[in-house]
Design a protein around this ligand. Structure first.
Ligand code: AMP
Length: 190
């Protein structure tokens, strides 16, 4: 089983590239953002709670997101590999993921970080907002999401760098170019 994380700021293209990886390698795609949006559109009590965070560009608290992830992963435990997209987003989440995996003799073998300049991230998210229907794809909330990314999420990079699992990729290139580099990187690590 090969497990990996696709990592980067909002608008870097994580979701798009994760979909390509799923196509090429058949991994199970776990996007915590999608899990949250599914709960919100199903109108569940959890969805109502999630909406309070997502609509402000804030992170859902660690314990809640970990429970959601655990529930989903347990229902798909026979996957040939997992790609985590939008998770982990805090140092605590990264440490908990390793802890949960070690217990099951599993590991995160590769973390791909997609680098994109900040002004380009804003342009992409505003462009996506025209069609995505996502309430958080607007300038005010995106500013919060970027602030949250730089303060709470970016430190996770150092954690993976120290444990020698990090590969950084220039995401300011054509989607197909980025996809090809990612694919080669995965094949080199499998
Ligand atoms: P995304 O689709 O990955 O951009 O996530 C959209 C929003 O969902 C984020 O701005 C957070 O509010 C929430 N979210 C997604 N993943 C996480 C996570 N791992 N931890 C906390 N909040 C999350």
């Amino acid at each position: 089983m090969f497990n990996m994380v696709i990592f980067g700021p909002p608008g870097c293209g994580k979701g798009t590239q994760a979909a390509r990886i799923v196509q090429n390698h058949g991994f199970l795609h776990i996007s915590t953002g999608d899990l949250i949006r599914n709960e919100i559109s199903a109108g569940t009590a959890m969805g109502q709670l999630y909406n309070k965070f997502i609509s402000r560009g804030m992170l859902v608290p660690d314990q809640i997101i970990l429970k959601e992830l655990y529930r989903f992963a347990l229902n798909h435990s026979n996957a040939k590999g997992i790609i985590f997209d939008g998770f982990p987003r805090t140092l605590y989440q990264a440490q908990m993921l390793d802890r949960i995996f070690i217990k099951r003799k599993m590991k995160i073998g590769l973390v791909i970080s997609i680098d994109v300049p900040e002004e380009e991230l804003m342009n992409r998210v505003l462009e996506r907002g025209k069609t995505s229907g996502r309430s958080d794809d607007n300038e005010m909330i995106m500013n919060n999401r970027l602030m949250v990314y730089f303060s709470q999420t970016q430190p996770v990079i150092e954690y993976y760098r120290k444990t020698k699992r990090l590969v950084s990729i220039d995401g300011n290139q054509h989607i197909d170019t980025v996809a090809a580099i990612i694919d080669k990187t995965i094949r080199n690590h499998m």
